[in-house]
Design a protein around this ligand. Structure first.
Ligand SMILES: NC(=O)c1ccc[n+]([C@@H]2O[C@H](COP(=O)([O-])OP(=O)(O)OC[C@H]3O[C@@H](n4cnc5c(N)ncnc54)[C@H](O)[C@@H]3O)[C@@H](O)[C@H]2O)c1
Length: 252
């Protein structure tokens, strides 16, 4: 797909990887609909895209809320008149061991910790994919949906909630690629390793140092490197049903 003048939605587009994707795609002439929970960050991201001469709009929406997702996708279609793609990038971390024993005392990963991550990182991806695919079919727009999974989909200690959600996203990428191909919609994923963003900044420094030491390329990835992969998948019409691993060679 040629990206110039196409309409791409990015969830979690206000900061981190989502914002890097938005700016990268703006550089290719893409029109952007940025979805996030934080209006201030959205305004900054939209301004950065507009500075590159493209149309960009912000949408306040919780991807885990069905009503809000339906309303937002309708609004985006009305505002732009077309939808050619979606990047399911919004995500959260609520790390913790399922069972932790410290100084003889046992704590458990709470159901709230489990559920919040499943709601945003898995259910949110389902809701956005469903609504955007339905709208693209209705509008007879072809294009691509990209799901941001993670290296943690392989199973990372302290991330029972996050690993489950990211593995689910990778599996459903295959499901939706098969289901939506007949409508001219490709569905693929990107599984980043450790990338320098605000999300990583919230990790403990010791844990971060251990991570970098184990990466063959000896550094974390850059947001622009993930954005480059997203652009590659959007542009390459034969890429579907696969998850591109971008992790500097790290294996968990
Ligand atoms: N940074 C990494 O190293 C890394 C590695 C692997 C995968 N990922 C994945 O990449 C994606 C982006 O990560 P990031 O590091 O840029 O994170 P981030 O925390 O910097 O940004 C995430 C954005 O998503 C938004 N968001 C969170 N919950 C939302 C919701 N319910 N509805 C709408 N927006 C919501 C936040 O407001 C924020 O702007 C996530 O899916 C994450 O799991 C990141």
């Amino acid at each position: 797909m040629q990206l110039n003048d196409k309409v791409i939605i990015i969830t979690g587009g206000g900061q981190g990887l989502g914002r890097a994707m938005a700016e990268y795609l703006a550089g290719k002439g893409t029109k952007l609909a940025l979805v996030d929970l934080n209006q201030e960050r959205l305004d900054e991201a939209v301004a950065a895209c507009k500075a590159q001469g493209v149309e960009a709009r912000s949408y306040l929406c919780n991807v885990a809320n069905e009503e809000q997702v339906i309303q937002t996708v309708n609004q985006i279609a009305d505002d732009f008149g077309a939808i050619n793609g979606l990047v399911n990038n919004a995500g959260i971390l609520r790390d913790g061991l399922t069972i932790k024993i410290k100084d003889g005392e046992m704590t458990k990963l709470s159901l709230a910790q489990w559920q919040s991550v499943i709601d945003v990182n898995l259910t949110g991806v389902f809701l956005c994919t469903r609504e955007v695919a339905a709208k693209m079919i209705e509008l007879k727009n072809e294009g691509a949906i990209i799901n941001i999974s993670s290296i943690s989909r392989a199973g990372n200690i302290g991330q029972a909630n996050y690993s489950a959600a990211k593995a689910g996203v990778a599996a459903d990428t295959v499901v939706w690629a098969k289901e939506l191909a007949r409508y001219g919609i490709r569905v693929a994923g990107v599984a980043p390793g450790f990338i320098e963003t605000e999300m990583v900044a919230s990790m403990k420094p010791e844990a971060l140092e251990r991570m970098t030491a184990g990466i063959p390329l000896r550094r974390m990835g850059k947001p622009a490197e993930i954005a480059h992969s997203v652009a590659y998948i959007l542009e390459n019409d034969y890429y579907t049903g696969r998850v591109l691993e971008l992790d500097g060679g790290l294996r968990l």
